[in-house]
Design a protein around this ligand. Structure first.
Ligand code: NAG
Ligand code: NAG
Ligand code: NAG
Ligand code: NAG
Ligand code: NAG
Ligand code: NAG
Ligand code: NAG
Ligand code: NAG
Ligand code: NAG
Ligand code: NAG
Ligand code: NAG
Length: 569
């Protein structure tokens, strides 16, 4: 079961809210239902309505369901909406009056045992919404148990189109036989109509079908439902639902999906103003997605920058890749950073050139690809790995051998019979391995920032090296709560930085020319990034003294490896 896991809720209110600006998009419909209670509650500034005696719930609610309370509360779990649940004994239908158009439907599940003797291992159920099968014989317990690292709760997110003459979203829960269904919370949020569907044509983001690049992919957007599987702020940090553009999407960091030891380098540019366009309107993704990215760095021609995702076989998937160049002093015209995009080992885009697509640095764009992940031949449907890989496109003779990715969303498309449901994961139930507070295990500590040697390709005609160095600004990378000390008793004040050291930089350069033909050896300039502590009080961002981890922007742009094959003069 592919699972889109939201990690944050209980931490959200601890965040210092920085962006109080009006979001780029205001949903026409926004419904938050806290199931299994009659009380209204507020979480994170949003009002959750109790589902008892509520206009969305059926009249015979008391006959076919009961309200129950979780028998345990994991520290990562907020009371709202997770502490109470609607336990459903026979077919149960929530009916949400909504305007026509595309809606997010989010279902919140906290699979523990509930008061009244409801055993978490015994719940299997089907969920449909306006005739789409979203989940089938679904076990939330098995789904969270299969997550690595294990999580305590999960949110399933779907996008469903409400057709023109229909003004309802009808969500039906049906327990499997001798079983019960449950749900902790339900959220309905409208989306801009052309955000995820209807943005493709030949000139504007043609929808490529990776399995057969000769054909563009076509589907009836008004009849197709999506399930969001992954939404990542690549090379950046988690973006909480409050910091989204008004649709309450969570963007997660990408670290745990990177494959192998070669994970490239995170980039960021805190001062860049993202220039949204009509093709990429300001609600597409929050600016932070576009001001952070992952590039390849050292040895870029030796490896693929690869992410791996677990998906159900037998479905089509839409991958939306978000791009934005952010180093105008190095990359500002076409053919400077050109790369190949591979999806499931096939070439999806032979020569991706973000500047060519956008016309300049700081301008965001996305590209969509559809890939079919077939069932194993002769086999049963199963979980499979979906690969996304980037590699410099040497054929194009770009100035730099590098690649960049800022954000990624992966959606499952409903099958031709209208189903999005996969099979339950086969979980080997070990002796209980406690779900971990996601905040503390999002990544291997230190892993991502463990780049201590950095390289600059000194292409820009010898002189530029110094200019480049001057151009670097110290910038904070928010470590946030994700690596905070697990043992700390103060875990909830999780904004505490993980590493209070900052980095000083010193350079030892040897500007040698590479032999012709290939790229410059990165010995053109080595920048050693030390780990000594350094006072950074002049860091304009150091509103928190603990938040002292300043990373020289060197780390961000260190990554470019030059291709001597191209001369810019
Ligand atoms: C988003 O773009 C719209 C249309 O261009 C504009 O009216 C709105 O003010 C923008 N919102 C933000 C928060 O930038
Ligand atoms: C809960 O909130 C809804 C909508 O804001 C309101 O109609 C309802 O009366 C409230 N219920 C209670 C018990 O406060
Ligand atoms: C609920 O069940 C009771 C007793 O079985 C019955 O009298 C009542 O009509 C039912 N209510 C609804 C709304 O179906
Ligand atoms: C729940 O069911 C499982 C499997 O049937 C059983 O092993 C376990 O003891 C039950 N737990 C409780 C609390 O009844
Ligand atoms: C679901 O399917 C039934 C039967 O085909 C149809 O009558 C109904 O209008 C459909 N509902 C929606 C919301 O599409
Ligand atoms: C989808 O629905 C929209 C709004 O009703 C409509 O304008 C559009 O033509 C429809 N597209 C197709 C392919 O039917
Ligand atoms: C960030 O972007 C701004 C404007 O787009 C540019 O002037 C600046 O040099 C960039 N800084 C870094 C560190 O890349
Ligand atoms: C892609 O290549 C990797 C590594 O060679 C392999 O493990 C994987 O099975 C391949 N995936 C597909 C879908 O062919
Ligand atoms: C990158 O991935 C592609 C597609 O799977 C593969 O053909 C190529 O050999 C890989 N390159 C490296 C350096 O691993
Ligand atoms: C999704 O299901 C509907 C039937 O409900 C079907 O018409 C549509 O073609 C399906 N979408 C895809 C991509 O198969
Ligand atoms: C439901 O899923 C469970 C666990 O995967 C499986 O054992 C059971 O046979 C399934 N039931 C049906 C009706 O498919």
């Amino acid at each position: 079961m592919s699972t889109f896991v939201f990690y944050l809720p209980f931490l959200l209110n601890l965040f210092i809210v920085t962006a109080a600006d009006t979001p780029a998009y205001t949903p026409t419909d926004h419904i938050l239902l806290n199931c299994g209670t009659s009380l209204n509650s507020t979480l994170d500034g949003r009002n959750w309505m109790g589902d008892n005696l509520n206009k969305f719930s059926p009249n015979n609610l008391a006959n076919i369901s009961s309200a129950a309370t979780a028998t345990e509360q994991h520290p990562s779990v907020t009371q709202v909406p997770y502490l109470t649940a609607r336990i459903i004994h026979s077919q149960f239908s929530y009916n949400f009056p909504v305007s026509p158009g595309k809606k997010f439907l989010r279902l919140y599940f906290y699979p523990v045992s509930y008061t009244g003797g409801f055993n978490k291992t015994e719940s299997f159920f089907t969920v449909t919404a306006n005739n789409y099968t979203l989940l089938s014989n679904f076990s939330a317990f098995l789904a969270v148990s299969a997550e690595k690292p294990p999580v305590a709760y999960l949110v399933k997110e779907f996008i469903i189109n409400i057709v023109q003459d229909n003004h309802f979203l009808n969500v039906i829960f049906l327990p499997s036989s001798n079983s019960y269904a449950f749900v902790n919370g339900i959220e309905v949020v409208s989306t801009p109509d052309n955000l995820y569907m209807g943005t493709h044509d030949l000139n504007n983001n043609p929808l490529k079908f990776v399995n057969n690049l000769n054909n563009l992919f076509e589907f009836d957007e008004n009849k197709t439902a999506f399930e969001t599987l992954y939404r990542l702020n690549v090379g950046g940090n988690d973006v909480s639902v409050k910091d989204d553009t008004g649709m309450f999407r969570e963007w997660r960091l990408d670290d745990s999906f990177l494959s192998g030891g070669d994970i490239g380098n995170p980039l960021s540019n805190d001062t860049m103003i993202v220039e949204y366009t009509s093709q990429t309107p300001n609600y597409t993704a929050p600016a932070i997605v576009y001001t952070t990215a992952r590039a390849m760095g050292k040895y870029s021609d030796k490896f693929n920058l690869t992410w791996i995702f677990s998906v159900d076989s037998g479905f089509l998937y839409l991958l939306r890749l978000h791009f934005c160049e952010m180093m105008p002093y190095l990359i500002n015209s076409p053919n400077q950073r050109v790369f190949t995009i591979f999806i499931n080992n096939r070439t999806a885009e032979p020569q991706a050139d973000v500047i060519l697509w956008t016309g300049g640095s700081g301008i965001p764009i996305f590209r969509d690809f559809v890939v079919l992940v077939p069932n194993p031949t002769g086999g049963r449907p199963a979980k499979q790995d979906l690969f996304l890989a980037l590699h410099p496109a040497k054929d194009a003779n770009p100035v730099y051998l590098d690649a960049i990715l800022n954000g990624l969303e992966i959606f499952k498309l409903n099958s031709s019979d209208g189903s999005l449901a996969g099979t339950n994961p086969e979980v080997v139930l070990d002796p209980p391995s406690p779900a971990v507070n996601p905040g503390s295990n999002k990544k291997k500590s230190g892993g991502r920032s463990g780049i201590h040697f950095a390289v600059i390709g000194g292409v820009v005609g010898g002189v530029a090296v110094i200019l480049i160095l001057l151009g670097f600004v110290i910038s904070r990378r928010r470590r946030g709560w994700k690596d905070f000390d697990n043992n700390s008793t103060n875990t909830k004040s999780s904004w505490a930085p993980l590493s209070t050291r900052s980095r000083s930089t010193r350079t030892s350069a040897s500007a040698e020319k590479g032999e012709g033909g290939g790229r410059l050896p990165f010995s053109s300039l080595f920048v050693m990034v030390g780990t000594t502590t350094e006072d950074d009080t002049d860091n304009e961002f150091s509103e928190s003294s603990e938040e002292a981890e300043a990373e020289a922007a060197l780390l961000k742009s260190n990554s470019l490896t030059t291709s001597t094959a191209t001369s810019r003069s």
